[in-house]
Design a binder for this molecule. Structure first.
Ligand code: NOJ
Length: 535
């Protein structure tokens, strides 16, 4: 049986509002996304992940939904979504959408009704007379919330929310909620989406005496959703957002009967930490600690996304080290994380950007690129919340970076203005004209990877290296092997690898990379992909 499509997929995460504004109102839209499909096809990504585009007061980037089956009018209409899907599919690109199952906006009509005394909607949310229930559940947005309960004077009760206080959690003990959410998923898959990323799935149920995460009831409901998707649709993807330890995340794959994919959250900060420390050991540790996942399931690997670079999955000492190294200014820190983009995090150093990108493309899982990182876009960390990593895509060196014809003051967020990252320095058009640009490098790497099925379905084995700065592993298929080596140090290395008969054909590498017997030589921050055949 051939592997499911998402095993070989390269995902590209993009908020509709940030990519291209076709109607000139200052905010990106579906027509704009459709206009830019040629670019994404040219780049070589294979699946687009759209952030929430539903009606919403937009107090949490659209993760505060007020109507699950609608399109925010500023982004276009349902017809525009359909048109976008058709055009993407015509080019062989797949599209998945974000879906928020844990909570709604407080502006959702369900919540507005539920607040009214005696309303039949009341039990669609979680209420209490005291803020003392479920004390063992942690507060997630610790920088803005001090409790998971907020008082509602109309309802004369406290309501439960795991995120912002304007995002009441749905009550999954209510059969109506379970049916409605299932129907929302059915609705978008019927329209033609190739899958859905289900947001914040660990928190669906609340139970006394537990921390309200990863509960059996939650898994049971998620399995029900999967069963519906398998019964009613073909070839669709359910992707879990569960920021948890690997041993807890694997539970979301079930017995190949829950999610097809889940992000590998603990791996991500360790790649940055290893780079800060010049020591790959911590990456090897987390990979060794990652359990096997069931057949047909897949990790999602990412470096950056629309949120802060979360540091929930590292120790306090490691977090402090990450903060000192990557977020020296307090304004760069957000909640338990860092609100910066990939290029500024890595000091704009092309060698370090390529090193992490190469690992993104070769670690066992499907890579998720974040829009703009392919050109090394910068951020505006002084903007509110996580807005600094959600600024308009920089297409060219022109007013508004070619993103929109609106007045600059009417853009949904300002264009990056710093000297190093402004559109005059970082944009698609000029990098498109330069064969040595990061954009062309990314495209070349995606193209090489596309010819290596072993990077998809292949097995994975870490290879001990004599120098702790070197990360080495193999991706293995029946008849091929790709050896991946990466030097986390800003100094050349030469060291022995504990591998017999290593492959020697260079697929891609930094200039000084070579292999002689089992001894590898790499430039500062050098890396290489070697391939060979296995009898
Ligand atoms: C996870 C999303 O990635 C994040 O952006 C959002 O703020 C939270 N869920 C809460 O909705």
């Amino acid at each position: 049986m051939s592997a499911p499509w998402f095993v070989d997929a390269v995902f590209y995460e993009v908020p509709v509002y940030a990519f291209f504004d076709a109607d000139g109102d200052g905010i990106g839209d579906f027509a704009g996304l459709t206009d830019k499909l040629d670019y994404l096809e040219w780049l070589g990504v294979t699946c687009i992940w759209l952030l929430p585009f539903y009606e919403s007061p937009q107090r949490d980037g659209g993760y505060d939904v007020s109507d699950f089956k609608s399109v925010l009018p500023r982004y276009g209409t349902l017809d525009d979504v359909q048109q976008f899907l058709n055009e993407a599919h015509r080019r062989g690109l797949r599209v998945i959408a974000d879906m928020i199952v844990n909570h709604t906006s407080d502006q959702h009509p369900w919540f507005q009704e539920a607040r009214q005394p005696g309303s039949p909607m009341r039990s669609r949310y979680v209420w209490s007379d005291t803020p003392d229930r479920y004390r063992d559940a942690r507060v997630i947005f610790t920088d803005t919330q001090d409790s998971n309960w907020s008082w509602d004077p109309v309802a004369d009760a406290y309501y439960w929310h795991r995120f912002f206080d304007h995002q009441p959690d749905l009550n999954f003990d209510n059969p109506g909620v379970r049916d409605e959410i299932e129907d929302v998923i059915r609705f978008w898959l019927t329209l033609g989406f190739d899958g859905l990323r289900l947001d914040a799935v660990p928190y669906l149920y609340e139970r006394d005496g537990t921390n309200g995460e990863n509960l059996p009831e939650t898994h049971a409901y998620l399995k029900r959703l999967r069963s519906m998707v398998d019964t009613e649709f073909n070839d669709r993807l359910l992707l879990a957002e569960a920021n948890q330890w690997p041993e807890d995340v694997v539970e979301y794959f079930g017995d190949s009967d829950e999610f097809h994919m889940a992000y590998h959250f603990p791996l991500m900060p360790r790649l940055f930490l290893a780079l800060a420390q010049g020591d790959a050991g911590i990456v090897v540790d987390v990979l060794d600690r990652t359990p096997e996942i069931p057949d047909g399931c897949r990790w999602g690997i990412f470096l950056r996304n629309h949120d802060e670079l979360t540091l929930e999955m590292v120790s306090e000492v490691e977090r402090e080290c990450m903060w000192q190294h990557y977020a020296p200014e307090h304004s760069m820190r957000k909640n338990v994380g860092i609100r910066r983009r990939l290029a500024p995090l890595l000091g704009g150093d092309r060698r370090r950007i390529e090193l992490l990108d190469v690992l993104l493309l070769s670690l066992p899982g499907s890579p998720f690129l974040y829009y703009g990182d392919e050109i090394g876009m910068g951020d505006e960390h002084l903007l509110d919340d996580r807005d600094g990593v959600r600024t308009p895509m920089q297409w060219e060196d022109s007013p508004n970076a070619g993103f929109s014809t609106a007045e600059p003051g009417d853009l949904y967020l300002p264009i990056v203005s710093s000297q190093e990252y402004s559109p005059a320095v970082v944009n698609v058009a000029s990098q498109g004209d330069d064969a040595d640009s990061l954009l062309h490098w990314t495209r070349r790497m995606l193209s090489i990877r596309a010819d290596l099925p072993v990077m998809g379905a292949g097995g994975f084995l870490t290879i001990p290296a004599a120098d702790p700065a070197v990360l080495c592993f193999e991706r293995i298929a029946a008849d091929t092997v790709v050896l991946v080596v990466a030097n986390f140090l800003d100094a050349p290395v030469r060291c022995a690898l504990d591998v017999d008969d290593p492959p020697t054909m260079v697929l891609a590498a930094t200039p000084g990379a070579s292999i002689d017997g089992s001894v590898i030589t790499l430039d500062p921050y050098g890396w290489a992909w070697f391939s060979g055949s296995r009898p």
